[in-house]
Design a protein around this ligand. Structure first.
Ligand SMILES: C=CC1=C(C)c2cc3[nH]c(cc4nc(cc5[nH]c(cc1n2)c(C)c5CCC(=O)O)C(CCC(=O)O)=C4C)c(C)c3C=C
Ligand code: FE2
Length: 507
């Protein structure tokens, strides 16, 4: 229970190990189980408590029956944070002490310590980081999804692709100041979220875990534990040192994709599964949050405001540009990203309509990489079409990400703007990313608070076996696989189509 203090009004009673269970949000009764030393004998006691659910501070009276006697009144005093109560199963442990020698009985229940882990993609801090950052990205089996037979090629392939792509990427990062702004923006968002949660009476530690650059997921822990024993995983230390008792994982992607949120959660699960403490830690994962009204409203506010910068706002085409994913993700792997994106655009347009804004709109997908088919229509192609169709005013809205990054600052603001103007568009505008927008941060805080009650130990999924394991099981089969795989991979990689696709200045 998230009560910071508890006391027994009965002298001579020492209570410990509070555990509440089977919490029903529709009822004002919770079952309480606690260890009690009643005079000289210890016992587990059960009680039913009447809890005023919507108040922050409450006095709980309960009757506890035991063979040898009864406690007539147990007073739990202090803030009981009901937000933590609105879930399914709810349990916590606290200590209540009431030493016999004390004249005035008072006790203490250990507080819940909530952590929020923000997941993001990460970006190179300097031009020097670009190639290793790209290597990390392409080495992720959720970004380049190789058939099982070719999995052992993931790293050499990542090395090759990152080397081929690095010059173009470096050019793009150089044009926006020599590195990605993602780390700074995410840090600022974390601080703002922490303050907002504090204002909402939920003190938290907010951590950041980037998928492909610093601070990496494993380092998120280190931020909190500088006194790490070298052999221990940083994440274990984060739990040990900060004493986090509940964790909310919040990916900074409004829509779910296997390539973004999915990949980060998989990485997290791998760490948690290996760890005795983390595997039991109650965790709530917010998989996607594009449906939240706070997000939709914040996006609509930004669009409405930016429309005012045009001479004739009603004639502006609202052009949503989302980051693409390869079609196979959606069609073969069942990535809900496309459906979620379309629903998200629908909801934003409905909100604008409700405000009397009935502009035309389009959705297209940007930033494709490599020779495969990506979600269509492609942003560059639609911009040309719109220009040719006579659209004169266009407002670009980046919609898959909540910070400025290379794809807004370079791809949209430079490449796409130039393309649109060349194609006949005369007035160009761009909605800024949500960043630190107050209503957005407030909504993220609400999302965290609402997610807390559903925290439960992370489910663990079996992993695919490592190459060493495969080799140990069947060395001949493994050697054949490597030979055939390498041969096919060389053919594929050295094809002119592949080489030119990787060098294209997209993303
Ligand atoms: C929702 C957002 C994103 C999706 C979906 C996504 C999928 C995806 N991306 C690549 C390849 C690259 N992405 C790169 C950078 C990058 N991508 C996103 C977002 C999504 N990616 C962000 C926020 C960033 C970082 C931007 C920054 O400011 O640093 C890059 C590197 C940039 C470059 O080379 O130009 C690549 C490459 C794939 C293959 C993919 C889906 C499979
Ligand atoms: Fe990307």
């Amino acid at each position: 229970m998230d009560a910071s203090m508890a006391s027994s009004t009965l002298p001579g009673v020492k209570l410990s190990n509070f555990t509440t269970s089977k919490f029903n949000p529709n009822s004002s009764v919770i079952n309480l189980k606690f260890a009690a030393t009643f005079f000289t004998c210890s016992a587990w006691l059960h009680a039913k408590l009447q809890v005023p659910l919507r108040s922050h501070t409450c006095e709980i009276k309960c009757e506890v029956s035991r063979n040898s006697g009864s406690i007539s009144k147990l007073k739990l005093d202090g803030p009981i944070k009901n937000r933590g109560l609105t879930g399914k199963t709810f349990s916590s442990v606290g200590i209540c002490t009431d030493p016999l020698s004390d004249n005035e009985s008072h006790s203490h229940v250990e507080e819940e310590k909530v952590g929020v882990l923000l997941l993001n993609l990460g970006g190179p801090d300097t031009l020097h980081d670009v190639q290793p950052f790209l290597y990390n990205l392409f080495a992720d089996p959720d970004i380049i999804r190789l058939p099982r037979l070719f999995r052992f090629l993931q790293r050499p392939l990542a090395q090759l692709i990152s080397l081929l792509r690095a010059p173009k990427s470096k050019e793009a990062y150089a044009s926006i100041g020599g590195g990605s702004p993602l780390r700074k923006i995410t840090d600022d968002q974390a601080n703002a979220l922490k303050s907002e949660l504090e204002a909402k009476k939920l003190p938290t530690n907010v951590y950041i875990a980037m998928r492909y650059w610093h601070p990496f997921t494993e380092e998120a822990a280190q931020q909190a534990s500088r006194r790490a024993k070298p052999h221990e995983s940083n994440v274990i230390l984060y739990i040990k040192r900060d004493g986090i008792t509940k964790l909310v994982v919040l990916p900074l992607y409004p829509q779910f994709s296997i390539s973004t949120t999915g990949s980060s959660i998989r990485a997290l699960q791998n760490i948690f599964r290996e760890d005795k403490i983390l595997s039991k830690l109650p965790v709530a994962v917010i998989m996607s949050w594009y449906r939240r009204y706070g997000y939709i409203k914040s996006m609509a506010d930004l669009i409405e405001e930016e429309l005012q910068s045009f001479k004739t706002p009603r004639e502006v085409m609202i052009f949503f540009s989302a980051h693409g994913v390869p079609v196979t993700y959606v069609v073969d792997a069942g990535d809900p990203y496309k459906d979620q994106m379309e629903e998200c655009i629908y909801l934003i347009m409905q909100e604008l309509k409700a405000r009397g804004i009935e502009n035309k709109h389009r959705l297209a997908y940007q930033s494709r990489v490599g020779p495969v088919q990506w979600l269509k229509p492609y942003t560059d192609e639609v911009l040309v079409e719109l220009g040719q169709e006579g659209v004169k005013s266009l407002l670009a809205v980046p919609v898959s990400f909540v910070s400025e990054h290379i794809e807004t600052l370079e791809e949209i603001d430079m490449e796409y703007k130039e393309l649109a103007l060349k194609s006949g568009v005369e007035n160009w505008g761009r909605v800024p990313a949500l960043g630190l927008t107050t209503s957005f941060i407030t909504d993220l805080a609400d999302a965290v608070i609402e997610a807390l009650p559903s925290a439960a130990p992370m489910p663990t999924f079996p992993t695919t076996s490592s190459s060493q394991q495969q080799f140990a099981r069947d060395p001949v089969g493994y050697a054949i696989k490597i030979f055939v795989g390498s041969f096919l991979a060389c053919l594929l990689l050295l094809s002119p189509r592949m080489l030119s696709a990787l060098r294209k200045p997209v993303v």
